[in-house]
Unconditional design. Structure first.
Length: 132
């Protein structure tokens, strides 16, 4: 059988299924677009939840922000390496724009954390110099 050019995935099997399916190939562009949009949105929601948790937490440090930035980069790489050839250009740009927004917010948080650390360090130096 000739391999069809389309999006391939392995469906999850359940105990109750009567048929065993090893691989599914979808060739309809609209259906591929919808499936990949659902997959992207699922991973995007996880990243947004992590990002909001870090951004809204006053006690978060650079390490936490770096971890979430790594997750954003992972989702971007999956989008560009696995899904790019199946998605429309407009949809791809929309997803990348969403990821850039999250990334920018996280970088702003990183700058705020560094600025806060510098201010604390300057205050400590002032108190040390007064004590001498």
């Amino acid at each position: 059988i000739r391999e069809l050019d389309g999006y391939q995935f392995k469906p999850r099997s359940t105990k109750d299924s009567y048929i065993k399916v090893n691989k599914v190939t979808i060739v309809d562009r609209v259906m591929i677009d919808k499936i990949l949009t659902m997959k992207f949105n699922k991973s995007f929601k996880k990243v947004v939840a992590l990002a909001l948790q870090v951004i809204n937490d006053e006690d978060s440090d650079e390490g936490n922000v770096a971890i979430v930035l790594g997750e954003v980069e992972l989702v971007r790489e999956i989008l560009l390496n696995r899904y790019q050839k199946f998605l429309s250009y407009e949809k791809e740009q929309l997803f990348l724009k969403k990821l850039r927004l999250i990334e920018n917010e996280l970088r702003m948080k990183m700058v705020a954390i560094k600025r806060k650390a510098q201010l604390l360090e300057m205050q400590e130096e002032k108190t040390r110099s007064r004590g001498r």
